[in-house]
Design a protein around this ligand. Structure first.
Ligand SMILES: O=C(O)CCC(=O)C(=O)O
Length: 294
């Protein structure tokens, strides 16, 4: 199997792997690309230390995995923001507390306020008509402490559910919206950033089969606001239960960033969240590209 050539070291009990034998700045041989996809099918999170890619190299690598999401789509506000980012390309969305030139974002800047949404467990773009298949994040500037990214294995978590719960949730459909998270944060209020969404509601099954691994996974990100055909309290309490189950420490991996690291995760088989840091004092800047799923 091609995956053996990658120099894999598993990072958490059920998933996540470090891949040490590839230089992503160079064009990947087809067999290496196949091996990377196999590793993502198997481990969900792939950590490539010390890559130090330029933005163009990250875009080139990401495009090998599939078509990229346009980060401005559906939001003229974001288009405007991006011009102020150092990595100004529609295929890149910067995760950063800086504006171009290196100043920290102002206290009430909505970019700062909206980024707190990343601290809630989620998988990317489930609220868009086309969700994310993979997210690629690489570290440019990292704080001295904190600012890790934490992942949860929703494949292992599904396997560990009691049989009767698996049966109960088998054909349920979750309804996803960005406002689900922004409402929790208070970001819909004028003094919370006045968030408005241009997206309609997206219906997604609560349980799906991963096409690469053939394994079942739970789709319970914080953007899933309720369950179709269930009252809000009943659906939400089921979602809280499933998310809590899926994010127990035994299903987690926490990545402490070093500048130059590049991490790819499969947004179907994992959840993730940003961890707190002293964002009023220390710069943190990561370059993000997203490969579309369906
Ligand atoms: O900043 C992080 O650690 C995570 C970013 C994130 O949640 C995302 O890119 O969706």
């Amino acid at each position: 199997m091609a995956i053996r050539t990658l120099g894999i070291r598993q990072l958490a009990p059920t998933f996540a792997a470090e891949i040490s034998r590839l230089n992503l700045a160079l064009p990947l041989a087809p067999r290496d690309l196949t091996a990377v996809v196999e590793a993502l099918d198997r481990y969900g999170v792939a950590v490539f230390p010390g890559q130090n890619l330029t933005m163009q190299q990250q875009i080139a690598f990401s495009e090998l995995l599939g078509p990229l999401e346009n980060s401005d789509e559906g939001s003229p506000t974001y288009q405007e923001f991006r011009r102020e980012h150092e990595f100004a390309d529609g295929r890149v969305s910067e995760v950063s507390n800086l504006v171009r030139g290196g100043d920290l974002l102002e206290l009430a800047d909505m970019r700062r306020l909206y980024q707190f949404a990343n601290e809630l467990w989620h998988s990317d773009s489930t609220f868009r008509p086309v969700r994310a298949r993979y997210t690629i994040l690489s570290a440019v500037k990292v704080p001295a402490s904190g600012g890790d990214t934490e992942f949860a294995d929703v494949v292992g978590a599904y396997d560990a559910l009691p049989a009767d719960i698996k049966e109960d949730i088998e054909s349920l459909v979750g309804v996803h919206s960005p406002t689900a998270v922004m409402e929790t944060l208070g970001a819909l209020q004028a003094d919370g950033g006045g968030f408005q969404s241009t997206y309609g509601l997206q219906r997604r099954p609560l349980v799906e089969t991963h096409p690469g691994s053939g394994r079942r996974f739970l789709s319970v990100p914080s953007h899933c606001s309720h369950i179709e055909g269930m009252s809000l309290p009943e659906g939400r309490s089921l979602l809280f239960y499933l998310r809590e189950h899926a994010t127990q420490p035994r299903f987690r991996y926490r990545h402490a960033w070093t500048p130059g690291d590049l991490v790819v995760w499969d947004d179907r088989s994992t959840l993730h969240r940003a961890c707190r840091y002293k964002e009023r004092n220390e710069p943190r800047q990561l370059v993000r590209t997203v490969v579309q799923d369906r």
